[in-house]
Design a protein around this ligand. Sequence first.
Ligand code: CA
Length: 232
Amino acid sequence: MTAQSQHASNVNILLIEDDPEIAQLLKVELGDAGYTVEWASSGMEGLVSLREKSPQLVILDLGLPDMDGAEVARRIKQHGDLPIIVLTATDAVERKVQLLLGGADDYLTKPFHPAELLARIQVQLRKGEGGEVRRIGELEVDVGARRLRHKGVEIQLSPKEFALMELLSSRPGRVFSRDEIERHIWGQPLKSGSNVVDVHIANLRSKLRDVGAYGYLRTVRGVGYALRQPKG
Ligand code: CA
């Protein structure tokens, strides 16, 4: 498996839907397809989850109790360029055009078959491949161009350092073990006692520090490493 391919098990989906029955159904269907689903039952809750869970895709019901769905979509796009599939109860063409112009990537009219939603999800995730840019705080991991930027300033990385950033940014916040990192980047576990991973992490951290990017690389002693948005 390569880091660029979007395996379902690697993909977090945020579902913003106030109807518990629909939410439950979709959670089961998407879960069966291998996706990790975070459910938020209001717009505000959804926006909080967006920051905490760093999903790769959002499914957004338009009719929410607390906020206009279109406003939620706008705020999601402000946070990062991730695909939004809108669920709408209306068939009105005007409303759909408005939605697409407002930043939604696709929409489905209720009621729909879960298989259709799954197909739409795959299309959106495939679109993101190649040209994918992952944003973690002020960092931009440009997977297609294999470049790393902080506040628009490019950070020169070796191919191995970029591969490390690519791996860690595939699941922000998740701790990757040394073994996983070695297998992913070198294709096999390295000799026991090797400190190659630590050296690469230290180099990366110092390059990030040079451009004022602090607190992104987290070491969990005895467990591994994670990339995350710095606190505060
Ligand atoms: Ca609703």
